[in-house]
Design a protein around this ligand. Sequence first.
Ligand SMILES: [Zn+2]
Length: 329
Amino acid sequence: MLPSCSLHQVSAHVWWFTPESRRDRPSLAVVAGAQESLLLDVGASPRHLAEFMAALDQAGVPSPARAVLTHWHWDHVFGLGGFAGPVIAHRATADRLMRMQTYDYSDAGLTAQEAEGLEIPFTTTCMKLELTEAERRSLQLRTPEIIIDDRLHLDLGGVECELRHVGGDHAPDSVVIHVIQDQLLFMGDCLCDTVYTLPRCMTRSRVLPLVDQLEDFAAEIHLDGHSPAPIRRAELQRWIAFIRDAYASLDRIGLADRDQVKADLLGRHDAGIVDDFLPSILAGYNEGCVQARSANAFCSSLGGIDFWLKSTDGDACLHQRMPRRNTPL
Ligand SMILES: [Zn+2]
């Protein structure tokens, strides 16, 4: 029996459908305005989305008219066939979806995609748990109707959303949704590292501009793609402070003495945050994951699954599976 997701109202206008790690289901949400409800991500399958819609119906929340995609990863877009309204996405997300429409997601097709480096065992294992082979054969990965390049402002009636492209290591097309009146930021997976390219990494050139942008929203509540609880502003600030300080420490001590860097940071930061972020920061300190992307093959272990990954796609990546410390509402 797989665990189920549950519906929670987390602010005046936002209902959140919790993530579920067995199938890698991400957070979904609806922003309900007086004139329109907006769906944030469409989920890992039409079934996942239908469960969310049923929970919303039971709670008396109006069905969403339009949807926004945070990025192209399977668990955020495979529910597209279950949503009838217009879909809003970044141009790079739309381009990626057009390519994915040509891919074969049958069992044999997924094996071939793993061999080509388009998918990895972690994602294909979760896809097979979420969707039957017949469902994967008939996936409807339609092209988004509304394309954004940088930002889009939506007035839903009494509540406004700003959709903003923020990029980052995890997926270059990452978009966040700022629910202005609720001081809530739906982040997708943007603050996760790049793990399709092993080792997992964060690069200074991508993560520091990203955290500057996240900080500028000054939101009180943050919904992360795979975190089991909303993240308060103070907790996000601790993460951001750590990320900035980690680069300062590395610049001062040097990458050669990793133990010294870790000890230095543990003197100022919570051990859980150090464990969550430092390995990826170390791995990408010399912008190393860019080099890894061009390597022919490399081997590692992800969540107990050992695999070879042939890296053929520069922007392919997967969410970080590390648990993040959270302050439940
Ligand atoms: Zn992702």
